[in-house]
Design a protein around this ligand. Structure first.
Ligand code: NAP
Length: 252
């Protein structure tokens, strides 16, 4: 058996594991950081928790005899992607990045594009008083400085209680969300602006369409640069790469 390690934490990683498991002669292991209390069920084996940096990831790849590595982490999970690139090069195994394309602004969108979550805080228009923060739970602290605003904060799990938060309300929920749901939410909470990461994909795109329909500005956090190397934008592309590499490995 050849061994595939998928670095996960995304819906794409879940779908990839469910397809890769059917390839002949391939064992599939998905690695999760352990951030989500109840992660979605995964096909194949699962390991949970950080590796301890690039050097420890090298050790893991060697000890576990990993033959192929697919980095299917979230586009904003930059550190693990950098570690994966370095570790795969050092061990000498093929690595693929599965990274869905970012959303593209249409002429009807009112986006304020910023480089980081921290920059998003300063980019919120002065007239805006009620903000929808849809950036997950780990980077809410910079918004605590917005003492004169009100924020609706949506995440799968609650933020760490030690993290300072702005005035507002926590909403624990997991996508995908429909356009109707998002329009209702924005109206019910009288939201005037949204802060989002440019995550790409369909599961959380409805909020962007809803903002467009309601004429709301979106403070859109841009992605950082991803490591060089093989890259695909969807699960089918990853499966094609995997089939080719797997048959090469089975021949060798
Ligand atoms: P990150 O900043 O790139 O990674 C921080 C550290 O977490 C890494 O150095 C690594 O620890 C560990 N880690 C991350 N992903 C891992 C994985 N799949 N398996 C094992 N360890 C992992 O990542 P992050 O932004 O904190 O995201 C953590 C996880 O949540 C990722 O797996 C990502 O796919 C998922 N996620 C992130 C976002 C987001 O907006 N950032 C959104 C949705 C889902 P060691 O250095 O100790 O190995």
């Amino acid at each position: 058996m050849k061994r595939l390690l998928i670095l996960g934490g995304t819906g794409d990683a879940v779908r990839l594991a469910s397809l890769a498991i059917d390839l002949p002669g391939l064992a599939v292991i998905t690695s999760l950081a352990g951030r989500t209390i109840a992660p979605k069920a995964l096909a194949g084996a699962v390991r949970i928790g950080g590796f301890g940096g690039e050097v420890s990831l090298v050790e893991y790849l060697q000890t576990e005899n990993i033959d192929l590595l697919i980095d299917a982490t979230h586009p904003f999970a930059a550190r693990i992607s950098g570690n994966a690139a370095g570790a795969a090069t050092r061990v000498g195994i093929p690595r693929l990045m599965l990274i869905r394309p970012g959303w593209v602004r249409s002429d009807l969108d009112d986006w304020i594009e910023v480089e980081s979550v921290e920059a998003a805080v300063g980019a919120i228009p002065t007239r805006v008083e009620r903000i929808f923060l849809t950036i997950g739970r780990q980077q809410l602290a910079p918004f605590a400085s917005l003492a004169d605003k009100w924020c609706l904060m949506r995440s799968i799990d609650p933020p760490d209680p030690i993290i300072p938060l702005p005035p507002g309300e926590l909403l624990l929920d997991r996508g995908p969300f429909s356009l109707e749901q998002e329009l209702q939410l924005l109206r019910d909470y009288r939201i005037q602006a949204i802060v989002s990461k440019n995550s790409g994909g369909d599961a959380t795109y409805a909020k962007i369409i809803a903002a467009r329909e309601l004429g709301l500005p979106v403070i859109m956090v841009q992605r950082s640069i991803v490591p060089e190397g093989d890259r695909v934008g969807d699960v089918l592309g990853a499966m094609k790469w995997l089939r080719e590499r797997n048959s090469n490995l089975m021949r060798s």
